[in-house]
Design a protein around this ligand. Sequence first.
Ligand code: NAD
Length: 311
Amino acid sequence: MPARLLDGVAVGQAIRASMRPEVEAFTREAGRPPGIALVLVGNDGGSELYVGSKMKSAGESGIRADLERLPATASIDDLLRLVDRLNRSDVHDGILVQSPLPKEMGADAERRVFDAIDPAKDVDGFHPTNVGRLVQGRASLVACTPSGIIEMLDRSNIEIAGTRAVVIGRSDIVGKPMALLLLNRHATVTVCHSRTKDLPAVAREADILVAALGRPGFVTKDFVKPGATVIDVGTTPVSDRAVIERLFAPGHRRLAAFEKRGSLVLGDVHPEVEEVAGALTPVPGGVGPLTIAMLLKNTVRAAQDRLRARG
Ligand code: NAD
């Protein structure tokens, strides 16, 4: 039987709908809506698109979103000054600095900037204080993609406690927080990475398998225990026809989309996995829409926490 497809668009909408009363209550009490500042440095096309859709979703959810732009020639000090101003702003509860930053800012620029954001406004959940709280199981602001995946599992009635979970990928923004969230929810968790030996055998133990490596079609049927839940985080743009034709059988619906656009965004999970998994997130339309919904949810949470902290 083909896998149940987990619809991230529907779950994202449900998360946003459930936030509405909270946004309204906050706005009444504080005399202003929750607010987020989105910082965009330079004019990277992908980043413009991401920031644009975050602005639009915030507006639709009753959240104030302000775009703060810096030119590609800005220095790291210019950016740190902007972050400092936003840290002190009364109307901004959340600050998001869009990655990637221009290479000229230096290899450690992202870390320096994320470290400079007030942890109370860190709606990306990347600040070491928030990561430390996550390790201790008392986090308020958690990285959006992994926390969206937990919401998706909960809202799809997929049990986490007591299961075996395997996370492929150990990045600070997806793999590590994902593993910690699953652990905090009482899964038995294994984290795999590029040096893991016999990865398919480890992955096959999973009741919940999360693929977050950025390698299109890497997770084949061999990695999946029949009936397992498979979460595909990968989003890699591919325009190489040979790669597309290797992954999708003739007549597959995504081939038509490729013919039209000349490229596709591909997940880490091979299409054949649909035949063995119990449940599966598609790409696109799986994990992606959850990330923005959780960014907005974090913004509302940050706003509420800041209001409460003022007494
Ligand atoms: P990253 O490059 O920082 O980390 C990739 C991880 O995969 C590393 O820990 C590495 O050890 C592991 N890895 C690489 N090759 C491997 C291999 N052959 N075997 C086992 N492990 C291997 O990437 P990231 O930022 O964690 O993102 C991963 C993917 O998720 C990317 O495709 C990214 O675009 C996507 N992503 C999607 C969303 C979303 O909202 N849908 C959000 C964040 C990231």
